[in-house]
Design a protein around this ligand. Structure first.
Ligand code: UDP
Length: 236
């Protein structure tokens, strides 16, 4: 599939048009940002590692029946995907308390609540991706109540499958962020990446952080952590 002009550039990826109007090429960059773009750096090999990690995860979810935008991985840094209209929502799912939830509610990081916690944030850089609820999302025309119902159902299923996948390789899925889009025929599908950039992944035994918190919190060995996730998932 021939790559045509760039149609979008985000913080960690670029999107290119292709000869087929319903397909795009998603290119993974080494660029990393944190704190709404205030902290910036390049992380060696991150683009290719996230492409490979996300590929394994998407193939796993597709085999379980989750509808996604993914078609195929075409090289080290690029995937061919269905073109979708992204819901301007970040859907966060938490199995353990960490990050912003820990700070906002004063609950120590690593606490395991009895329930799974779902949050939505409005994707808007100017506003700093604020946490919203379903009623705000509907008022913002970001999604309808029916679409939100479907999005939460899929998120819950994805969480169960991902917890299972990561536990096979000795990793705790602390939390993750996903995005959804709508294909040209109106189907809601999982879109964007799932990688150590978008999920908190802790080693089961040592609780070592094997994700983007190593960059956010200046813990060092960022590439090595992403390599470790790829190595473990690749061993399955
Ligand atoms: N996350 C993300 N993109 C964002 C914000 C959060 O991928 O713009 C992911 C983050 O990596 C973590 C989860 O969503 O796995 C929950 O993040 P949190 O709300 O705790 O925010 P943070 O502490 O990262 O600011």
């Amino acid at each position: 599939m021939k790559q045509l002009e760039k149609i979008y550039e985000g913080k960690a990826k670029q999107i290119y048009r292709t000869e087929d109007e319903n397909l795009i090429i998603m290119h993974y960059k080494d660029d990393a940002t944190a704190y709404n773009g205030i902290k910036k750096a390049q992380i060696k090999e991150k683009g290719t590692l996230n492409n490979k990690i996300s590929t394994i995860i998407y193939k796993y979810l597709i085999a379980k029946g989750i509808p996604t935008h993914y078609i195929e991985t075409i090289n080290d840094c690029d995937q061919l995907c269905k073109k979708v209209t992204i819901f301007p929502l970040e859907v966060i799912c938490r199995n353990y308390v960490a990050g912003s939830m820990s700070k906002r509610l004063g609950i120590p990081e690593g606490t395991k609540p009895e329930n799974v916690i779902f949050e939505i944030c409005y994707k808007n850089d100017t506003l700093g991706d604020p946490l919203i609820n379903d009623h705000h999302a509907v008022a913002l025309k970001a999604a309808t109540y029916d679409e939100l119902k479907e999005i939460y159902k899929l998120t819950s299923e994805i969480n169960e499958y991902l917890k299972e996948l990561f536990s096979k390789v000795g990793i705790i899925l602390v939390d993750f962020k996903i995005e959804f889009g709508k294909t040209f025929d109106g189907k809601i599908v999982l879109a964007d990446e799932i990688s150590p950039d978008t999920a908190r992944l802790w080693d089961e035994k040592t609780h070592d952080k094997l994700d983007k918190d190593r960059f956010r919190r200046d813990l060092g060995h960022v590439t090595e952590a992403y390599q470790e996730i790829y190595k473990r998932l690749g061993s399955l």
